[in-house]
Design a protein around this ligand. Structure first.
Ligand code: C5P
Length: 221
């Protein structure tokens, strides 16, 4: 519904976007769209089908037949199978960002993303939510943090999950992914018009959520 309020939260990886968006959605009782998960699931499905990750037409062609669901608590399922962990490996970080650079794939995912807009409201999180997918959103946020801080956040996340990682490798991969996301010709990563930028480098998750809620209150809900 076009008058259903949308809050967009965009920015590079490891800025805390995912956690922040889900807390804002919870606080407002809004629906949540994790758009990165859509690109990740498409990348996983393409790998499993043996489709070349450069083949935009084939990947876009496969998309409408996929049953992608978000059953809650950050879980993601593909055809009824829980793929939440599989789509969040280092390999899928890289594959999702390659698939996301394909114009046909971005096009086919547009109506899928618009379908998430339903009352009482939507919090949409990703790279181009405010600039391309929901340009008319009333509140748009763009979160940033230095690459070093983002890499160290990712490092701690992986350790918490019992996975090994090397900080210099994480920093290198994160920079490469930023470059690809920022330099692609379609929907490059950059703040949308009217987006409020928040540098999260020295802020906790709760402080960022508070800032977002405060801006929303100041703007009249
Ligand atoms: O946010 P997340 O890290 O899960 O996103 C995975 C990849 O999907 C990103 O590196 C980016 O290339 C792509 N993406 C995108 N547009 C979005 C969300 C994610 O291009 N709206």
């Amino acid at each position: 519904m076009s008058n259903t309020p949308v809050i967009t939260i965009d920015g590079p990886s490891a800025t805390g976007k995912g956690t922040i968006a889900s807390l804002v959605a919870k606080e407002l009782g809004y629906r949540l769209l994790d758009s990165g998960a859509l690109y990740r699931v498409l990348a996983l499905a393409a790998c499993e089908e043996g489709i070349d990750l450069e083949d935009g037409a084939a990947i876009a062609g496969m998309a409408p037949g996929l049953k992608i669901e978000f059953p809650g608590n950050g879980r993601v399922s593909l055809g009824g199978r829980d793929v939440s962990s599989e789509i969040r490996t280092g390999t899928m970080d890289e594959s999702a960002s390659r698939v996301a650079a394909l114009p046909e794939v971005r096009q086919v995912l547009l109506p899928v993303q618009h379908g998430f807009r339903s009352p009482p409201g939507l919090v949409a999180e990703g790279r181009d939510m405010g600039a391309v997918v929901f340009p008319g959103a009333k509140y748009k946020f763009f979160l940033t943090a230095s690459p070093e801080i983002r890499a160290s956040r990712r490092y701690r996340q992986l350790l918490d999950r019992g996975l090994g990682a090397r900080l210099p490798d994480l920093l290198r991969d994160l920079r490469a992914r930023d470059r690809r996301d920022e330099q692609r010709s379609i929907s490059p990563l950059r703040p949308a018009d009217r987006a409020i930028e928040i540098d999260t480098s020295q802020l906790t998750i709760v402080q960022v959520v508070d800032q977002i809620m405060q801006k929303r209150r100041q703007g009249g809900g």
